[in-house]
Write a protein that binds this ligand. Structure first.
Ligand SMILES: CC(C)(COP(=O)(O)OP(=O)(O)OC[C@H]1O[C@@H](n2cnc3c(N)ncnc32)[C@H](O)[C@@H]1OP(=O)(O)O)[C@@H](O)C(=O)NCCC(=O)NCCS
Length: 222
């Protein structure tokens, strides 16, 4: 499945300095397979995806420097199902992961974090992954997805504006809230699948592997 974005002029609220996303044409972006839920066999390919991100991209993804053992642990946790991972693989030997969105349920909302390898950027994969995460959330009765973003992350800020996220500064970070029902407004509602899932995963796991800080854990416990 090839992704493409037709060229369109920048929206008026983008400054020229900030919006540097390249709009690619069909054929500019290597093909991807349909997105799917990550499973136990995906730990290595998720780890390799995270390793292929540059140091700067890893820092943007994890809101700070991360070492390889942390990436390994993150990959194993996603493969084990918490946080949930939705992955887009390229149809090459070994089906490497090229894009991933993770979602961690925290009570009535879920934190999301995403990554796309450079050759697959600028083609609209990130909004597709947000919609996939929104479907995951809606099936679980979750109505808000939240991304914790560094202020210098122009791509995430642009994505938030494009998808109508509400953003606010919080202790030097930007919290972007994406409304699930708004993201899925064109899709018929589906009944929730897992009304009884426990709201919070292992606490140490949340604090170290997703971007949560103690304040989030207190909110989740409330
Ligand atoms: C953020 C990231 C996932 C975006 O992936 P992507 O597939 O290239 O994004 P898309 O091409 O789908 O762009 C979607 C929208 O995001 C915004 N955007 C993407 N890249 C942008 C950039 N460099 N500058 C400003 N806005 C940008 C635009 O609004 C774009 O829509 P448009 O093309 O219609 O203008 C990717 O850049 C990435 O992996 N970055 C490193 C890790 C990271 O920052 N993760 C987020 C932490 S939560």
């Amino acid at each position: 499945m090839a992704f493409f974005m037709a060229f369109s002029p920048p929206a008026p609220h983008f400054s020229r300095m900030e919006h540097v996303a390249l709009h690619k044409s069909p054929g500019d972006v290597p093909p991807l397979m349909a997105m799917r839920r990550a499973g136990p066999d995906d730990a290595d390919r998720i780890y390799e995806h995270l390793l292929r991100l540059s140091v700067e991209d890893r820092s943007l993804r994890f809101c700070g420097a991360v070492r390889e053992p942390t990436l390994r642990r993150q990959a194993e946790n996603v493969a084990a199902g918490y946080p949930a991972g939705l992955i887009a693989c390229s149809p090459e030997p070994g089906e490497p992961v090229r894009g991933m969105i993770e979602a961690a349920r925290i009570g009535q909302w879920a934190e999301v974090a995403l990554s796309v390898e450079p050759a697959w950027r600028g083609a609209g994969l990130a909004p597709k992954m947000m919609l996939a995460a929104a479907r995951w959330a809606r099936l679980r009765g979750i109505h808000v997805l939240e991304a914790l973003t560094l202020p210098e992350n122009g791509a995430m800020r642009g994505l938030g504006r494009k998808l109508g996220a509400r953003s606010r500064m919080d202790d030097g970070m930007i919290r972007q809230k994406f409304d699930v029902d708004t993201l899925l407004r064109d899709e018929p509602a589906a009944p929730a699948l897992e009304a009884g899932v426990p709201p919070v995963g292992p606490v140490a796991h949340l604090a170290s592997v997703t971007n949560h800080r103690p304040a989030d854990l207190r909110r989740a416990a409330a």
